[in-house]
Design a protein around this ligand. Structure first.
Ligand code: SF4
Length: 490
């Protein structure tokens, strides 16, 4: 544990320590922790209750922890250690320098990494849920323990999307709404499972990296594509085995012989017209209502999608395959003498094409992306002239990481970042009861650029000093093999 008394509050006469790491300013009795449990009073000293996390780049990717240098580093060769902000602490008010400003030399380049656990009032999560199923209307409220914590947003290709958290739910509603929003975000960012309800829609269990559970059923497959794409991809493989294919999809249902894919293969028009609005040949919108049936529609009987069968074009014995975009639902029919579709056992060759659709699906997952804007203490803790940091970030001179994980920087003004929580080490997130989320943030840049931007050079601590002072109490973990090493020169 890191003794933060030198940075934060000193003990009062009765042994109580005032923590000034956030606006709550807890007065913490000896042996107790503050409201967020991130700080505690240990023998009159304010300590950060979680250890500082140091990540060591191993020579062989994926190998376990490289042994700590045990104080024997002579300063000549920089050890491949990255100081994360996990366990580093926060600073308040904003003008205070970040908890650790670490100087080190990497590949011959003098480098500074500024680390701080940011308190984010402006933050949210984007949940990507790989499923065709209709989870709820766009803009529907997402509820957690009865409080709104977000809404359904624009669906993506094969995925439903939720926008969760954000400043309005943290600060703009009731205290309960703010606290539950914070709790839900903390759990999801920490890779835990939570249950949410979508108003007018489904109940979901979400967990980063796990299959979404929709109304009690775990999703298995992320579809190969929309109905039109599936027709385009598999048209050749169907030719000769069936005379028509309808790929049922809530957004774009595909009809093979009418589709350009079927035309290019000189397939005979089958004369089967599906319901809905014809967008372009063989591509139909709104064939049914959204739902949890075939292809994200409310359809459970796919033959109900057939609006008409043209006797001038169709013929008795016509072989028709109906399938969903994942291949999980499929039906093979043949037209009888009266051109009525009659279900038949699916021929083996046709079954193989349906299996091929399934083979091309990916495992359905839930992805949680943390998104936030670097605010006051994060910028003023780096430099006394924060606009220089912002501009340096926007020029690409600064690498921003969260616990070493890479961040996507949004274009435009400010420092707005997004990161996959699965790339961030465990136990990286916390909260304060303002309410707001706490998340690690590291800025890494060349030392000369840091000095030029008005960085807090007088607060800089060499990596060797940091290891000597805090190395024993720190957690030493291996660098995650999937993350790029952030201190390589640009
Ligand atoms: S909530 Fe946590 S960070 Fe804020 S003052 Fe209390 S102990 Fe310190």
């Amino acid at each position: 544990m890191v003794d933060r008394t030198s940075i934060f509050g000193a003990a009062e006469a009765d042994g109580i320590v005032r923590c000034d790491a956030c606006p709550v300013l807890c007065r913490i009795r000896p042996g107790r922790a503050g409201a967020c449990h991130r700080y505690a009073n240990e023998d009159g000293k304010l300590i950060r209750t979680d250890p500082l996390v140091l990540l060591t780049q191993s020579v062989e990717a994926g190998s376990p922890v490289v042994p700590f240098l045990d104080g024997q580093w002579d300063g000549g060769i920089t050890p491949p250690i990255f100081v994360t902000a996990i366990g580093a602490g926060t600073t308040y008010p904003d003008y205070k320098p970040a908890p650790f400003i670490v100087s080190s030399r990497h590949d011959g380049v003098d480098t500074v990494t500024v680390v701080t656990e940011g308190i984010f009032s402006y933050c949210g999560l984007k949940a990507k849920i790989d499923t065709d199923r209709h989870l709820g209307p766009e803009a529907a409220r997402v509820l957690y323990e009865g409080e709104q914590i977000g809404h359904v947003t624009t669906a993506e290709y094969g995925s439903q999307m939720l926008s969760l958290g954000g400043v309005r739910h943290l600060t703009g509603g009731s205290k309960r709404e703010g606290n539950l929003t914070c709790a839900a975000m903390l759990a999801l960012a920490s890779k835990q499972a939570i249950e949410v309800q979508i108003e007018g829609g489904s109940t979901l269990i979400l967990q980063a990296g796990a299959a979404p559970i929709v109304n009690g059923v775990a999703e298995a497959r992320m579809r190969v594509g929309c109905g039109s794409a599936a027709v385009g991809i598999f048209a050749q493989q169907w030719q000769g085995h069936v005379d028509e294919v309808i790929v049922v999809d809530d957004h774009i249902t595909g009809v093979l012989t009418e589709h350009q894919a079927g035309k290019c293969l000189f397939m005979r028009a089958a004369g089967i017209r599906v319901r809905g609005r014809r967008s372009t040949p063989g591509r139909y919108f709104q064939v049914a209502h959204p739902g949890s049936g075939w292809g994200g529609t409310d359809v459970t009987d796919p033959l109900s999608l057939i609006e008409s069968i043209d006797p001038k074009l169709a013929w008795p014995g016509l072989r028709l395959l109906l399938t969903s975009t994942t291949g999980e639902d499929s039906l093979y029919v043949e037209l009888d003498e009266a051109l009525r579709p009659i279900p038949r056992p699916m021929p083996e060759a046709v079954g193989r094409t349906v299996a091929r659709i399934g083979e091309n699906c990916e495992p359905a997952l839930t992805s949680i992306l943390f998104m936030a804007g670097a605010g006051g203490s994060l910028r003023a803790g780096v430099t006394d002239n924060p606009i220089r940091l912002t501009r340096s970030v926007q020029r690409g001179e600064v690498r921003i990481t969260m616990g070493g994980a890479p961040c996507y920087l949004y274009p435009g003004g400010g420092i707005t970042i997004m990161a996959d929580v699965l790339a961030i080490p465990d136990k990286a997130f916390g909260y304060v009861p303002t309410p707001a989320l706490v998340a690690p943030l590291e800025f890494t840049l060349r030392a000369d650029l840091y000095a030029a931007m008005g960085g807090h050079m007088d607060q800089t601590l060499s990596l060797a000093s940091l290891l000597a002072q805090y190395g024993d109490g720190a957690t030493h973990a291996a660098w995650p093999a999937g993350n790029p090493w952030p201190v390589a020169p640009k």
